[in-house]
Design a protein around this ligand. Structure first.
Ligand SMILES: [Zn+2]
Ligand SMILES: [Zn+2]
Length: 273
């Protein structure tokens, strides 16, 4: 495929040189014609020698112009080649993700730190924890009781730069449309594929609710990377982080990404331990 692309670039390059040659030839002829015409309009009859000298000069100028354009053309083609065909090293760099943890106002700092620490245990890539930001009022539902998870994800997407994935964390109630329920309370949401996800502590109970928060967050982040494409297509493995919650809290049973889910993340560029 790369070789084909390479050939195409070369072909286009030669076509453009050929076009320049044709253009220069036409320009050259036009200039000579103009010299002739100019001299004929001049009521002074030009001598044959001075006419030939002028044509010769024009030819030299045209040739120099051609060489300059040719050099510029080669340089441009070289640059195009560089941008069109990135090296393996460059491709690998593009695959690496920085994971941004973006807390919303109200979530205790200790909860954010816990998620970051747990993430460091499984992800060896770059992890950045940001300062909390206010929840956007525009994401509130009609009754202003919950924040729409899909709206928060779109909000976070605007902060996402190339090569970044964002985990949004909140202690507020979040919801999404689920089947016949237009405003179903959820623990987290991530689009597949996507760049950002959201996880909430609001529906998490028990002493280990922060551990559950991390599991919800990493599950939703897994969705953004192509895992479990649909709601009914979650991982069947009981201990896998990509297991379906099935409308209840079974997070204590999930431990890690299973042997089928893990390679998907690695292929997506994750530096997973
Ligand atoms: Zn899921
Ligand atoms: Zn799995």
């Amino acid at each position: 495929m790369l070789q084909l692309l390479n050939l195409k670039i070369k072909f286009n390059h030669y076509i453009s040189i050929y076009n320049i040659l044709i253009l220069l030839r036409k320009l050259h002829n036009a200039v000579i014609a103009r010299v002739y015409n100019g001299m004929c309009n001049d009521f002074t009859k030009p001598s044959k020698v001075s006419l030939l000298n002028k044509i010769k000069n024009m030819q030299i100028h045209a040739f120099l112009l051609f060489v300059i354009i040719l050099l510029c053309s080669c340089q441009n083609a070289h640059n195009d080649h560089k941008t069109s065909l990135p090296s393996n090293k460059r491709q690998n760099q593009q695959l690496k993700h920085s994971i941004i943890i973006q807390p919303f106002d109200g979530l205790p700092a200790s909860s954010v730190e816990y998620v970051a620490e747990e993430l460091h245990k499984i992800y060896s890539g770059n992890i950045i924890t940001k300062e909390p930001i206010p929840l956007p009022n525009t994401s509130l539902n009609q009754n202003k009781t919950r924040y729409r998870a899909d709206s928060l994800i779109r909000y976070l997407d605007d902060f996402t730069k190339e090569g970044q994935l964002i985990i949004g964390l909140t202690n507020k109630d979040i919801s999404a449309t689920k089947g016949k329920y237009p405003d179903w309370g959820i623990m987290g949401l991530g689009f597949c594929p996507g760049k950002s996800c959201i996880a909430s502590t609001f529906r998490l109970k028990g002493k280990n609710r922060l551990e559950k928060l991390f599991k919800v967050a990493i599950h939703e982040l897994g969705h953004t990377q192509g895992l479990a494409l649909t709601e009914t297509n979650h991982c069947p493995e009981k201990t896998c982080l990509m297991r379906d919650a099935e409308g209840k809290d079974n997070l204590d049973e999930t431990i890690n990404f299973c042997s089928k889910c893990k390679p998907v993340l690695i292929k997506a560029g994750w530096e997973i331990k």
